[in-house]
Design a protein around this ligand. Sequence first.
Ligand SMILES: NC(=O)c1ccc[n+]([C@@H]2O[C@H](COP(=O)([O-])OP(=O)(O)OC[C@H]3O[C@@H](n4cnc5c(N)ncnc54)[C@H](OP(=O)(O)O)[C@@H]3O)[C@@H](O)[C@H]2O)c1
Length: 300
Amino acid sequence: MRVITQKTVGDASVLEVADVATPVAGPGEVLVKVGAAGVNPVDTYIRGGGFPALGEPPFTLGWDVAGTVEQAGEGFAAGDEVYGLLDFPGTGGGYAEYAVLKATSLVKRPSWLTLEQAGATPMVALTAWQALGRGGVSAGQRVLVHAAAGGVGHVAVQIAKARGAYVIGTASAAKHDFLRSLGVDEVIDYRHQDFTEIEPVDVVLDTVGGEYAERSAGVLKPGGVLVSIIPGNPGFDVDRASALGIRFELVLSVVASGADLAALPQLKVQIDHAVPLAEAAKAHELVESGRTTGKVVLVP
Ligand SMILES: NC(=O)c1ccc[n+]([C@@H]2O[C@H](COP(=O)([O-])OP(=O)(O)OC[C@H]3O[C@@H](n4cnc5c(N)ncnc54)[C@H](OP(=O)(O)O)[C@@H]3O)[C@@H](O)[C@H]2O)c1
């Protein structure tokens, strides 16, 4: 089968096509013929050598997979349309024509997700689901989501709305109509507006990092929660958080759970670009631009 591999860490040009043996599913696992594989910012960090602990080249990146079950087993029939997440951390293996997933991390693809949307969904939706859960987002709360038009942000705003929250999202002005179409109640053009001037909120989801954690703390109500998903972020000073009467939560590792995927509300997953597998380098460059709306997927 064809996969994307890399012999060394480096820029997107290190990604290349290779022919390897098709993997075999072991006990508790399912072999999936990949129809779409999501590309996440963390893939680009690992490709570049930012997380040597997760694996040394050669490896195949990619955690998000949607496709069809190749062989029956573990409660799935051959031909079932499925989607799920490969084990994280590690380096994944979804940029390939076939991938082996744990049966417990895989669910049937719901009719409201196309193949490409399903391939784009697992990591961002599980990240958003688990982060909003950590923040305890519930009906009537005010929730601020940063980079609300990004991969994580655009599903986070929908999950928060489904929980009955009042949702405020930051994005550049050209993306505000998109945010409103997702149900966002209040939009902030972060390039021209200071987000700290909004009325206090119960939860902030920080998907940007750096000074955003510190500044976001200032918009929380006493007892509020600041949830950050930024790897490499030094994080927020926990003592300072408790002095402010807020809680700081760092959610870095996504736990693959079919139960969580099955519990997701009906999401509108935006595909910024669907790129042929062989053009994985182009897909990485798009994600590294930091300007995409929704998700980039690879299509074998
Ligand atoms: N993908 C995941 O599942 C996951 C999991 C854990 C952690 N993370 C981390 O979370 C971060 C976001 O991930 P992602 O997948 O959502 O990224 P992404 O899709 O690449 O984010 C792109 C979006 O970020 C927006 N943006 C950039 N700077 C902004 C700012 N200062 N304020 C508001 N919006 C801004 C851009 O909108 P404009 O063009 O309008 O600026 C663009 O729409 C990354 O650092 C990633 O490593 C991601």
